[in-house]
Ligand binder design. Structure first.
Ligand SMILES: Cc1cc2nc3c(=O)[nH]c(=O)nc-3n(C[C@H](O)[C@H](O)[C@H](O)COP(=O)(O)O)c2cc1C
Length: 248
């Protein structure tokens, strides 16, 4: 067990105290960094539209009671429509009317400072590999610039087998610039808080679909960022979760 380092925590809290007046330097409509886009050469892989997916009604209170961390999964693949629901309820756009767009998880200033990557091991109709989710298109693009693919992602985790045995792993990539321009240093807190909201949504929708989820916070940051081709500063992996069909 590591000795707790109080200094780092105290200094983080102190340096992220609320500043008055707000350090905001831009306008929300003028902020260009709300959502990642793909290269023109990348092929969009459309996901099933959520409105076309019939779901058995379940009580939210029952789903919340049933939610548990699951680390062992069956060999059964996930269906693409199940993945579609998981992406939609974690980072999907639910209201496009105004600016900014609203999504299925809350975000300070609706700035949504994450990109979602997925490691696909077993999803019907998708080759294994690493993909990035495009919320506005509700589509995936295959990412090829990663060093070592899903295996390198798993190797960066303290318990690689959870990722290796999952049908799919979700990786939330923080893009601090998207939130710091508005909230200044306070925005650092929001990054970590918001990733929890997103992961909880995954737990809930996965439970409703008969799947198990395991949130993962114990990974070697540098190794993980390197595996994903991220610089670790402008973009870094903030949280992960593995998902698969339950064995029982
Ligand atoms: C921030 C956070 C990080 C976690 N990291 C890991 C992890 O790295 N590996 C793991 O096996 N479980 C991880 N978990 C899952 C917890 O161990 C689990 O939530 C806890 O044992 C309680 O079980 P429950 O989720 O079934 O209620 C994490 C959970 C949270 C909220």
């Amino acid at each position: 067990m590591e000795t707790p380092d109080w200094h780092t925590g105290r200094s983080f809290l102190k340096q992220t105290h609320l500043q008055e007046p707000s350090p905001s330097t831009g306008t929300e409509t003028g902020n260009p960094k709300v959502c990642g886009t793909c290269e023109p050469s990348q092929v969009l892989i459309a996901l099933p539209q959520v409105s076309d997916i019939p779901m058995d009604p379940m009580l939210l209170s029952d789903i919340m009671e049933m939610r548990r961390t699951v680390r062992e999964y069956s060999d059964e693949p996930l269906m693409k429509w199940e993945l579609s629901l998981m992406l939609h309820y974690t980072q999907g756009v639910s209201e496009t009317g105004g600016a900014p767009h609203l999504r299925n998880a809350p975000s300070a200033g609706a700035l949504h400072p994450f990109e979602t990557y997925i490691v696909v091991n077993r999803v019907e109709g998708l080759e294994p590999g690493i993909y990035r989710y495009l919320p506005l298109d509700h589509a995936l693009v295959k990412e090829t610039c990663h060093v070592g693919g899903g295996e390198a992602v798993a190797a960066a985790c303290r318990r690689p087998n959870i990722i290796l045995r999952a049908a799919v792993a979700f990786l939330w990539i923080a893009v601090p610039d998207r939130i710091l321009w508005k909230f200044g240093s306070r925005g650092w807190r929001y990054l970590f808080i918001e990733s929890g909201h997103v992961c909880q949504n995954l737990y809930l929708i996965a439970t409703a679909l008969g799947c198990g989820t395991c949130a993962i916070g114990s990974y070697r940051d540098d190794e993980m960022n390197c595996a994903l081709g991220l610089d670790g500063e402008e973009q870094f992996c903030i949280y992960l979760a593995a998902v698969g069909k339950r064995k029982d």
